[in-house]
Design a protein around this ligand. Sequence first.
Ligand SMILES: [Zn+2]
Length: 112
Amino acid sequence: MSDLPNCPACGSEYTYQDQAMFVCPECAHEWQEGETNAAADEDVIRDSNGNVLQDGDTITVIKDLKVKGSSAVVKVGTKVKNIRLVGGDHDIDCKIDGIGAMKLKSEFVKKA
Ligand SMILES: [Zn+2]
């Protein structure tokens, strides 16, 4: 298909464009391009301050975090370089010096 956005109401990918409007043939929902940005915004991962995070960013941990399956702790203030955003509950994939690969929650970090 083309790169038209999916229908924000029903998720259908069979949307088409009618001048400034997008139209969904499945549920008859019509919307304007600007509105899709709001929907896409939900996929954005933000840090504890509400700043948008991106792949490759450097972040700082704002809370001591226990490392699952070990006694190690990621200390508050730890800088983590080159993060990778992933979906799910722990939405940041990264590698921390002295600890290794782990996943963090974006709510416990801030952009450095
Ligand atoms: Zn629809």
